[in-house]
Write a protein that binds this ligand. Sequence first.
Ligand SMILES: Cc1ncc(COP(=O)(O)O)c(C=O)c1O
Length: 404
Amino acid sequence: MVFDAEAIRAEFPILGRQANGHPLVYLDSAASAQKPKAVIGAMTRAMENSYANVHRGLHTLANETTEAYEGARRAVADFIGAEPAEIVFTKGGTEAINLVAAGLGASLKAGDEVLLTEMEHHANIVPWHFLRERLGVVLKFAPVTDDGRLDVEGFKALLGARTRVVALTHMSNVLGTVNPVAELTRLAHAAGALVLLDGCQAVVHEAIDVTALDADFYVFSGHKLYGPTGIGVLYGKAERLAALPPYQGGGEMIGSVSQEAISYADPPHRFEAGTPPILEAIGLGAAIAWLSGLDRAAVAAHEHALYAHVRDRLNGANWLRVLGEAPGKGAILSFTVAGAHAHDVAQILDRYGVAVRAGTHCAEPLMRRFGVTSSARASFALYNTAREADAFVDALTKTQAFFA
Ligand SMILES: Cc1ncc(COP(=O)(O)O)c(C=O)c1O
């Protein structure tokens, strides 16, 4: 079945606008995706009709809002093949990883190893550096090949008896590489390590089944998944969450509190101190319901076709360097233009209405691996069209001419 991107655009009001006198060509969805009316409407309806704090009221609005919030948790659980009690709402993917790192840190000691990869986002590096600074935990980085694949033999060589945690991205936000995470999880478990997968990019483009992946933890953000900002998801296997100490203290995460002692609530509430992101959870639930109504295999094929079209048209451009050409990669094109700084490239593209990201993409170790200080990145989403792919290539060709 062919996916009709032109038709779906009508559901994204923002895509009808202009930028600098040109039709907006939004190619920055890997940073944050635009929102369909289904999400905007669900959040607006909640605020207009049924809003109160959750879990603490006995009145109608509190009960309705609690049901909507817990309904969103059930929707997330169904979406990734988990149980609702295994879903913790956080404020984003970053907070979810921090929560796990801080919790696991309670049982790590100097010399224990955490195995990451060279293609991690800072969100999956810095929380582990905190443990290095605080506890003397040793960080190892599995290498990336010149074409942007994870070097699996290099990964295996770094996995050892001291490896306690393996934390890696399912899909690189820079290279688009999709890692063989089920296989890597199996290897890590065989070595006795726990596994955290950063699914912030992958969950947007492919169906995720956490049971099949068998990872101990899987994290993602709402705002890249066509949902709102301010909401993220931490999936943890029930027994892993049960063993994790709380991350923050406050209301709703306790069993009881006295002047002498405290006891904690069971997961997931143990990890949701204070008033949670209620409207954002409702928005994420709506995004998931909306996405689940689409043929996701057809969406993925559409995104891949856009990428292939752009890549084909740019083939042979001797002024272009593409970072990441792994087989089966996602629809992300990171590139440098000879003689030009990535920021200048992005600014000139913007004059043609084309929005791309430029900088380190929160992946400085990866930039260093490829010997660059920055790159530009065009990322394709389900609402992008072949017409936009062509507009991007045309604008990029004109941009390059400034620096030739
Ligand atoms: C692979 C990856 N991990 C983690 C994050 C952090 O997500 P957030 O900023 O939504 O917390 C991002 C965001 O760019 C990402 O692409």
